[in-house]
Ligand binder design. Structure first.
Ligand SMILES: [Zn+2]
Ligand SMILES: [Zn+2]
Length: 347
């Protein structure tokens, strides 16, 4: 079998490996689809503290496939079953895990970070993932590609559910990428009155209209604050999501909010970045500042239901498909930031 192995920043090599043996409490997955995420690109560029120098890892945490072998002690799964995962595996015992937040466990393991992920033809599903409830049977009407993209959707769902969007809200999404496409659709499904997307690339902004954006603003050509003032007659927007990793967006987002507005700082910033926020605005306008990371098993389950019921389209988020041998080209394309989602597909 082939595995794309990350050794150090800028070094991923496709290597031949034996298909894995599994323990009695594990499963073997035949990987079918694994999409490339911003996290994969960040690791490829700058490494990860859970992958120390000298060690290697198969990246890829947005994964689906079919079960090839089930250990004798595993219950509830069978060969041929189509499954996908929540990547963050909690310890199961800490305060966060006990409250259902496996994505917030300080002692987490994760596919594609501390456990080998989906950029390989077969992967081991360790017992902690099975026990942790991280393995989901893929809904019948979903393709393997769609099932892989449920993962980024679930991270958006986690952010979005805290923003309490109603049909009265005007929602602004900053960052017209795959994540932006998920947020636009969640806003649409929630009945938001108006959905605005801001970004710096016209071709991506046009894509957002297909997913349900009412208005797009190219913030390279136009001053976003002035445009939002114009669109909302000076009122501001009720909800902003910053789906881009740029420190200056966070204070700007706060400035764009109407009274009782809510923001989610979705895109993380480079370590050590600080943003200067006008907290008087937060105080006098009753604003709510939120942030989220990853998704819990519950977020994931609910997200898969939204896709299975046809309320969210993740199929059209996938724009490019590559065989594993071309993973270098796939990463290079994804890094340009000009395309939607690139996917490694195994046949
Ligand atoms: Zn991801
Ligand atoms: Zn825990």
């Amino acid at each position: 079998m082939k595995a794309a192995v990350y050794h150090k920043p800028a070094d991923i090599a496709v290597e031949e490996r034996d298909v894995y043996d599994i323990l009695d409490d594990e499963m073997l997955l035949r990987t079918r689809a694994a999409s490339i995420c911003g996290t994969d690109l960040r690791i490829f560029k700058a490494g990860h503290f859970k992958i120390p120098g000298g060690s290697s890892r198969v990246l890829g945490h947005e994964v689906s496939g079919e079960i090839a072998r089930v250990g004798s002690l595993v219950r509830g799964f069978r060969e041929g079953m189509r499954v996908s995962f929540t990547p963050n595996i909690g310890c199961g015992r800490c305060e966060m895990c006990r409250q259902g937040y496996n994505n917030m466990c300080p002692d987490y393991e994760a596919f594609g970070i501390s456990v080998d992920g989906g950029f390989q033809e077969y992967m081991v599903v360790p017992n902690i993932a099975i026990r942790g409830g991280n393995v989901f049977e893929v809904a019948e009407n979903l393709s393997f590609e769609e099932a892989a993209v449920v993962e980024p959707l679930s991270c958006c769902y986690n952010a979005f559910s805290g923003l309490k969007v109603t049909p009265e809200d005007t929602v602004l999404v900053i960052g017209p990428g795959p994540i932006g496409a998920c947020f636009v659709q969640l806003a649409k499904a929630s009945g938001a009155r108006k959905i605005i997307v801001a970004g710096r690339r016209d071709e991506r902004l046009r894509e957002m209209e297909r997913f349900g954006a009412d208005i797009t603003v190219n913030s390279r050509d136009k001053d976003l604050k002035a445009e939002i003032d114009r669109i909302t007659a000076g009122r501001g927007v009720d909800v902003v999501i910053t789906a881009a990793s740029s420190p200056e967006l966070q204070p700007l987002a706060v400035e764009l909010l109407a009274t009782h507005g809510r923001v989610n700082f979705f895109g993380g910033l480079p370590k050590g970045s600080l943003a200067e926020i006008d907290t008087n605005r937060v105080h006098y306008r009753g604003l709510t500042l939120t942030g989220t990371t990853g998704s819990s098993n519950e977020d994931y389950y609910r997200s898969m239901q939204l896709v299975a019921n046809g309320q969210i389209n993740v199929r059209d988020i996938v724009s490019h498909r590559f065989p594993i041998d071309d993973i270098g080209a796939a990463f290079a394309l994804a890094q340009t930031g000009t395309v939607m989602k690139s996917m490694i597909v195994h046949h």
